[in-house]
Design a binder for this molecule. Structure first.
Ligand code: FAD
Length: 451
């Protein structure tokens, strides 16, 4: 930490004595995201542990961003002024077993929430590939899992509470606030500091997952709908080489009172794996949730990666594109045609399906989508050169990028892809008239004020 930074921290601390600066970052490392590819633009990280502290901090600062668990690969969370961490506000506030909802504070991660919900007899409808992420950060960016009938994770939100730019508290619910609520849930961090979320919950369920290897692309082309609808959640992992899907992960619910027959040895030409696998075949399956049909609770089967272990590869970059479900096969084949260019830079790709929703800034707004995801080797100059090539191939399919991953799609095209974006801008102005919660990423991609 240089002297200037310390003095700024100290004077801010004096100005806001109840919100404490997080000194751990100042002592060593630069403040960066999980993957290490984004070094944030300030180290002024403060921590609040009550709504009153949040309100006080928001009132005093002209510009700030909330940091979640830092798992986004782009600069959506970045700030040049102040960060607020709400990690310490991590309580499950209430479980309403009649309304089937759980209300949580903002710092809760799925890794903390899920075992607790399970112990009370409840579950969520779906999870992302990893439980390490904050629920609020995930819902703010429309993070998703897979499954034809499953909306992204933010579709579970039934109410939210946030601190607006003036320091006031806003409370919105699906039941009472219609369109305003639908515009707020996938808020990209632009509307205020979310302090509480209420989520739909369901009776707990058990699951099992099987992995199949080497599904020919010909079969995928002919039977896409049958393949992706063959389990509660289906993930297709491919390196785009040799005209095949390397691994198919089928996650099925075990319905109480129904005996589940042993899974077939063959699945559309793919062979059932004989041991647990990692999506990146060279890596240890120890980091992954149990496979081979072993029954387990929902929260230990829906994610691919286990809490307490490194998810994915660790040293990597990620991009992901959503195209309408009706274009799935054409879009997949368009990317497959780039296999020679993509191959040298790729660790693995994943294809998933997601149900439609009504959340304005969700990439699944209006119709079901298929996602084509890329886990890249950590070589940004090469990836940066490749993304426009992929995006050009996907452009005819009304492509939308993942808000938390790397993309180069121009703001004008984003605006064309999101019919509710002008309404979202109006909503942001209602809660934050001077742009306190904006940053370069939002100014460029949403508000169009930076080229
Ligand atoms: C290994 C790995 C695997 C992944 N797998 C998936 C996957 O399966 N599916 C998928 O869709 N994505 C996936 N992602 C992407 C990622 O998980 C999401 O984009 C998610 O946003 C991360 O949440 P976070 O809290 O870490 O976000 P952060 O990067 O910390 O923040 C994201 C945004 O949320 C805002 N925010 C956070 N908290 C608040 C708050 N309290 N109030 C207001 N705004 C807030 C931030 O300001 C920022 O704008 C993966 C990422 C990694 C690293």
């Amino acid at each position: 930490m240089n002297k200037r930074t310390f003095l700024k921290m100290f004077s801010s601390l004096m100005a806001t004595p109840i919100v404490s600066p997080v000194l751990a970052w100042a002592l060593g490392d630069k403040l960066h995201n999980w993957a290490g590819n984004v070094e944030y633009s300030t180290e002024r990280l403060y921590s609040a542990n009550s709504v009153e502290q949040v309100r006080d901090f928001v009132r005093k600062q002209a510009s700030l961003k909330v940091l979640g668990t830092r798992h986004c690969f782009n600069r959506i969370a970045d700030s040049t002024d102040y960060f607020l961490s709400l990690k310490e506000m991590n309580k499950v506030v209430a479980i309403d077993s009649v309304a089937q909802t759980a209300t949580i504070e903002t710092g809760v991660t799925y890794g903390q929430l899920c075992p607790y919900l399970d112990s009370k007899g409840f579950a969520l409808h779906n999870l992302a590939s990893l439980p390490h992420i904050s629920v609020v950060g995930a819902c703010s960016t429309a993070t998703h899992g897979s499954g034809d009938g499953n909306g992204n994770l933010s579709t579970a939100v039934s109410a939210l509470e946030f601190v607006t730019a003036s320091g006031d508290i806003a409370r919105l619910s699906r039941e009472h606030d219609g369109q305003t609520f639908e515009g707020t849930v996938v808020g990209l961090g632009a509307l205020g500091v979310i302090t509480r979320l209420t989520l739909d919950i369901h009776p707990r369920y058990m699951m099992r997952q099987y992995v199949y290897q080497d599904l020919p692309f010909g079969e995928l082309k002919e039977h896409f709908d049958a393949i992706v609808s063959s389990a509660y959640s289906v993930s297709l992992f491919t390196d785009w080489q040799k005209q095949r899907v390397n691994e198919v992960w089928l996650k099925s619910r075990i319905e109480e009172g129904h005996s589940s027959p042993e899974a077939a040895q063959n699945f559309f030409g793919a062979k059932r794996a004989t041991k647990d696998l990692h999506p990146i075949a060279e890596l240890s399956a120890e980091n992954c949730t149990p496979q081979m049909g072993v029954p387990g609770p929902w929260y230990e089967r829906l994610p691919h990666f286990r809490m307490g272990f490194t998810p994915s590869a660790g040293k990597e970059l990620q991009s992901e594109y959503f195209v309408p479900r009706r274009h799935a096969v054409e879009a997949i084949l368009a990317v497959e045609r780039l296999h020679e260019q993509v191959g040298p830079h790729l660790l693995i790709s994943e294809i998933r399906t997601i149900a439609a929703d009504k959340l304005w800034m969700s990439p699944c707004y209006g119709e079901p989508r298929v996602t084509i995801h890329f886990t890249w080797k950590p070589d940004w100059p090469s990836v940066q050169g490749l993304l426009p090539v992929i995006e050009k191939e996907l452009e005819p399919f009304d492509v939308r990028p993942h808000w938390g991953k790397l993309f180069t799609i121009k703001p004008a095209k984003l605006h064309a892809a999101y019919p509710k974006l002008p309404d979202f801008i109006d909503l942001c102005k209602r809660y934050d008239s001077k742009g306190k919660f904006r940053n370069d990423f939002l100014n460029r991609n949403i508000f169009g004020t930076v080229s």
